[in-house]
Design a binder for this molecule. Sequence first.
Ligand code: AMP
Ligand code: MG
Length: 484
Amino acid sequence: MSKVSEMGWKFDNSYESLPELFFSKIEPNPVETPKLIVLNESVAEELGLSADALRGADGIRILAGNKVPEGGSGIAQAYAGHQFGNFTMLGDGRALLVGEQITPEGSHFDIQLKGSGRTPYSRGGDGRATLGPMLREYIISEAMHGLGIPTTRSLAVVTTGEEVLREGLLAGAVMTRVASSHLRFGTFQFAAQWGDMEKLHALANYAMKRHYPELEAGDYLGFFRKVMERQAELIAKWQLVGFIHGVMNTDNMTISGETIDYGPCAFMDVYDPATVFSSIDAQGRYSYENQPRIGGWNLARFAEALLPLFDEDQKRAIELAQEELYKFSDLYKEFWLSGMRAKLGLFGEESGDEALVQGLLDVMKESKADFTNTFRELTLGELDLELRPAFLEWHSVWQERLGRQSASAESVRELMQKSNPAVIARNHRVEAALLAAVEHGNYGVMENLVRVLRDPYAYSDEQEDYCVAPGASVTAGYRTYCGT
Ligand code: AMP
Ligand code: MG
């Protein structure tokens, strides 16, 4: 563990205490002329870093991967995963883990440079990233954080001064990703596939100590349960705001329960449970409505990797895993339903609540209602029933349900406001911000958008403009891309 550097870096390099199978040491891969595009000051502050120093030449060299900060080191992590159902060897093909920053509060966060060059896991890739997708990750991860959804963060985006070949020559960029760790389900799948018992134990013990220190040593079933709970809660939170991750491969599911990998994700405008944005998800495997089920499928793959830790006897281990896995759908449902109750201003629980929620979703689907704005209008009492008679019947059932609880109108409104974001990172807004930034070097549009997204429950005047849903012609055919 190092002392604090002038810039504020204070690293633990604990990942290197794991068996060498799990990572590769890599040398920095210098880029030509790094230039700072965004610095996330609030993340810098949380990490205990000096924003001024990061803006200086030395700081930018670090954020571009030209120089490893004092006390840091450079490794790429090995992992594997099921990509669209197929098991593959993967790894940080274009990311360099610099170390774990110890914050002034004593928390540990991985500092990882994404797009910093080839690694032993690059396969055919060039190890680089381009400006648009890195800014997109910055915008959407900030939006997720604002929504109160666990997520990796973005500390900075720099351009490299080099061009990267994609659909044409594009500006190269490096993003600094901050995560409570980059341990994935796929890290365990890698250990189970290519490691021995000792290595699997080492990885599980490490992950438990890092994320679930409250667990007793050796309580691997307890570890699985904790991860399952976090995933159930996370996916419920996605559903509650209409977030579609888009690439729920097992290597994109974290042990910490943070959302990771912002390649093809997007928020849904018009409510349609079958919505898919990802260009490669032809079968709709990762559609909005499939996310909870895929969460369960991924957890089953995670449990398989952990089996030898549950019991020496494989049959017994499978039974134990199944007992846990059976709980997932109820667990998810509980998080989802309690979130939906809050969105509708319901305090207590009634047996008809789930049907009430489903009734609303059915009307929304039928009438192609905007997901976010429907809940926003209900919150504000502005859902115009004359204009939208389809909602009439449901609305009166909802009003009756509200009438049976003792909560005041004011506290109902308060609960609804903090449960229904007025703004989300709408695709047309994100695209407009990226166009201005990437094509015209104008970052103001993005800055304004991010400012609004950081406080989505404010219901402020400034937000009104950002609440406008795009026309159907804009929404239809919106496509997103992986690993760009
Ligand atoms: P992603 O879609 O970003 O989750 O990437 C899937 C896998 O491909 C991961 O193992 C990445 O490290 C790797 N990868 C993605 N893009 C690149 C690239 N440009 N160069 C090298 N590896 C990459
Ligand atoms: Mg990924």
